[in-house]
Design a protein around this ligand. Sequence first.
Ligand code: LIP
Length: 311
Amino acid sequence: MSSLQDLDKALVECLIGELNLVEIRDTLISVAQAAGEMMLNADPSVDTSETKKNSSDRVTATDKAVEAMVKACLTTAYPDFEFLGEESFKVGQKLSDAPTFVCDPIDGTLNFIHGFPNTAVSLALTVGKKPVVGVVFNPFRRELYTAIKGQGAFLQKPNGTVYRLPIRQNPDPLTGLNGCLVAVEWGSERSGPNWDLRTNTTRKLMSAKSAGGAMCHSIRSSGSAALDFCYVAAGQMDLFWEGGCWIWDICAGWIILEEAGGLVASANPGGWDPSLEGRLYLAVRGAPSGQKKVVEELWSCMEGKEFVFAH
Ligand code: LIP
């Protein structure tokens, strides 16, 4: 690493050191719980939701109201921090090195609209373009995932029991995709080369080895990238692969996964150091061995093709 990069790293570490990350986490938890109440008190429906890019890319008034509440609370409590949210995002907006709150007010909006209880508010803090605090709260299941850089990742269940993640503190090795439960999400882009890559790769993941496939145990699509990252962090899923979702979907889940011993590679082959804003994510659970093996095996299922997305 060059001396300039060392300097940047030292500056970022110094900046992080000046922040009270426990206080920030606790603030994000309080705000997430307030967001959860708004979600539980809402009465969403397909008819009252609006479309974005197409009929499967939807937003509700609750998404917008939750983000407005989150932004008001956090910019009041931390006026010098920046804010990046799904519903107020401007095309071309980029993370700076400054402390920045990253907000997905309702991750799994389609689930929210249809009443499928796999929906969460996802809140994170980044410094130097890296996540340092993450909070993901599913109010329908009352499950709260949290992490602070260097201080571990945790799941609080509805009865108040708190588990350090992964739930099994001595996870099994990863021996190959044929022993894995893989989360994939489908996005809203349903034609073109990205769609073909998504469907062809998923078919290959599921197909028998005799047909050239990976014969994974199965795939799951929960509808929320934020919760998929948390399920991988908990060790309940082995991998999560998606290209096309956004920084707000995964930022909190990213630090929760890292603090649970997991790693994030790119959804495209060969990317071992993906950026938060790259829209290309392959999350792998913590394991004593085999993480890189299953990453490379999944990449081989893409048969030399790659996702291409605008930023
Ligand atoms: C969703 C993501 C999911 C993706 C969906 C959607 P939203 O986020 O969590 O991974 O496949 O298209 O973007 O829009 O519900 O916040």
